[in-house]
Design a protein around this ligand. Sequence first.
Ligand code: PLP
Length: 461
Amino acid sequence: MKSNFRTVIEPFVIKSVEPIQMTNRNERKQILKENHYNLFKVPAKDVLIDLLTDSGTGAMSSAQWAGMMLGDESYAGSNSFQKFESTIQEIFGFKHVIPTHQGRAAERILFSVMCNNQSVVPNNTHFDTTRANIEFQGSEALDLVIDEGKDPNSLFPFKGNMDIQKLERAIQKHGKEYIPLCMITVTNNSGGGQPVSMENIRAVKTVLKQYDIPLYFDAARFAENAFFIKMREDGYAHKTVKEIVHEMMSYGDGCTMSAKKDGMANIGGFLCTNDDQLAQMEKDLLILTEGFPTYGGLAGRDLEAISVGLQEVLDENYLAYRIAETQYLGEHLTGIGYPIVQPPGGHAIYVDAKALLPHIPPLQYPGQALSAALYLEGGIRTVEIGSVMFGKVDESTGEEYPANMELVRLALPRRTHTQSHIDYVIEVMKELFNEKDKLTGYKIVKQPKYLRHFTAEFESI
Ligand SMILES: *Cc1c(COP(=O)(O)O)cnc(C)c1O
């Protein structure tokens, strides 16, 4: 990973290791067959490089592990909660901090309290659990990302930005009384991990202020977003990431957070708000399903790991390495000829399988074909984000409709792989590129009614 003249080195040494159980192509051929070509069914021990997700799969630091020993497991008012609360108040600047077991629990509580069956909630792009939790309340989830954000080839530096005109039109169309809050997702996960600029956040806030609509951040990758602002936006090069995070959050009224991402932890999340009355209602709801407001479904040691992780994620050497790693993979795949969502985002590279494999029609799942081939050839696990995940089946006719895009995501767990692991992925993908015309599609032979990608069974065509 090069920047200017020198390699961007991993800014850590390895203190504890977990062996990879090696497999060969023949073994993987058998494993794929046994698991009906669905990589969600493949046991993790049979994966060499697991790029399925960056959620909760990162390595914790020695300081986080040491923090775990300090975990205070008191039911009420534990020390670990006080540290968690003050760390988040200091970094994010919000008044009330409510711990939850994951990001989606924070979402469920937030929307239960703020939305009803007539509400409309705009976002740049809702993450799937965010959309599902809004729709579960009978509300409507609007995606208002700028047009550049939908064009895989656009090199616009802030493809996660919200379209301000679309936001104003949505408010006028639906009426401000039906929009209890607006969200911004930093970075925009469902849009390829693309960042949102400070200028755009400010512009969104200016519009919302006129109508008295609160702004909440979906903050899962807040530090990666702040680092992109530092690198790409005028006037921020000399600010610290912590200062940038502070400014971003100062425009918000609260946030939801999955600590499995930029919390650098394996589990956890939180919900923040500046509103005393909402905070009370949220805590009442929290007690019902998550737990007492000083632990919210987490152990005291988890709260410690997150408190330390939130400090570590602001380390600019870490962020420089993180972004360089993603960029390194993206640039090499582009060099080989892979069409990818440009420019590389924060946490993952998305390969455009429809453009790569034009001989496989969308309903023979080109993304699935590429994903299965990456496992067969290299033991690399990725995830299809295309018609397997988002294709729709008309229940009355049985007819199937493809998704808009056929992508394969290579997500990079935090601090988990070395450069040689990434070089190996690049080598496997280079070999595969030369054989790509021989790949064939798949058909689904068994599927459940909902979220079929997790359990569907495939056969090669
Ligand atoms: C992961 C994620 C969530 C949901 O968080 P969980 O911890 O998985 O429940 C919400 N929003 C974004 C942007 C995410 O990436």
